[in-house]
Design a protein around this ligand. Structure first.
Ligand code: NAI
Length: 283
């Protein structure tokens, strides 16, 4: 099956970006949210990003209009009844996600593939609440979606080869690279990134070096565009702790234990850039 019609559920930071890239790639896209104001905000964000592309000379007014013509918004989930692919990007909460998947399983056509953009929840468990587990898959986009080239395509243990291939092809039509991943905690991205961030926090905790110096080593010595502690501040230290706990619980291996200093910062409300203070202080 070649995907033509898509619905994106959740018009937040990720969902709006996902709807935008599909619309720009010529798919017929419906963007859904339970909240009307989230839909309005999501749509306006898309318009603004397209305008910025025009200003930079990377896109014409025609391209923008074409993309917007491919995109409609709705608060009615029943409009998923004619979709080939639905991508869920609602809040990171298992109960909310499973309830959305159960409804989609009833509403969508038999052939439809149901994807989730979850960054930490098991795709296998989400697939198991539907009657079509072989057509459930993870599509883990990176933030900001229109800029980042990667999509981790995560196979639940039940996902069929046909579903995987369909999603791989759709991802390539977006001009992005699909990386095949099996469903284990943290997938590849967070399993590799978060322990590095956690270890960087340990070096500060143990007095090996100051945050600035840890980041300098990784930037100037390893050519990382951003140091791990600066990156942790951007991601949010609460999110970093949450993901370390998922890895720790999921693998039961002490190598994933969250650093006590990370816990202390989160308890203090020092969550990084969004709270004004993390490993660095922000105005
Ligand atoms: P967000 O909080 O910006 O947006 C979530 C949206 O979902 C909100 O507009 C909310 O109104 C809507 N929503 C909640 N329940 C709903 C329902 N039952 N039906 C329809 N809409 C509903 O969240 P964000 O950051 O966009 O994250 C969404 C998903 O993407 C999460 O699973 C998250 O883990 C994942 N993700 C987030 C990344 C990030 O950097 N923010 C990166 C990769 C994945």
């Amino acid at each position: 099956m070649a995907v033509q019609n898509v619905m994106v559920i959740g018009a937040g930071q990720m969902g709006a970006g996902i709807a935008q890239v599909f619309a720009q790639a010529g798919f017929d896209v419906k963007l859904n949210d339970i909240a009307e104001d989230s839909l309005t905000k999501g749509y306006q964000g898309i318009e603004k990003r397209l305008d910025r592309q025009i200003e930079k000379g990377r896109m014409t007014e025609d391209d923008k209009n074409q993309a917007l013509n491919n995109l409609t918004t709705t608060t009615n989930l029943n409009e998923a009844s004619d979709r080939d692919l639905v991508i869920e990007a609602v809040v990171e909460n298992m109960d909310v996600k499973t309830s959305v998947f159960q409804k989609l399983d009833e509403i969508t056509p038999e052939h439809a593939i149901l994807a989730t953009n979850t960054s930490s929840l098991p795709i296998t468990d989400i697939a198991a609440v539907t009657n079509r587990p072989e057509q459930v898959i993870g599509m883990h986009f990176m933030n900001p979606v229109p800029v980042m080239k990667l999509v981790e395509v995560i196979r639940a243990i039940q996902t069929s080869d046909a579903s995987f291939q369909t999603i791989q092809e759709a991802t390539e039509k977006l001009g992005k690279t699909a990386v095949e991943v099996n469903d284990y905690p943290g997938f590849i991205s967070n399993r590799v990134l978060m322990p590095m961030i956690n270890e960087a926090i340990y070096t500060v905790f143990e007095g090996v070096a100051k945050p600035e110096d840890v980041d300098s080593v990784m930037k100037l010595g390893m050519n990382h565009p951003m140091g791990p502690l600066q990156l942790a501040d951007f991601i949010g230290l609460d999110t970093c702790l949450y993901i370390m706990e998922i890895l720790h619980d999921g693998f039961g291996d002490s190598k994933y234990r969250p650093c006590p200093l990370l816990r202390k910062y989160v308890s203090a409300g020092w969550l990084g850039k969004k709270s004004g203070r993390g490993f660095y202080v922000y105005d």
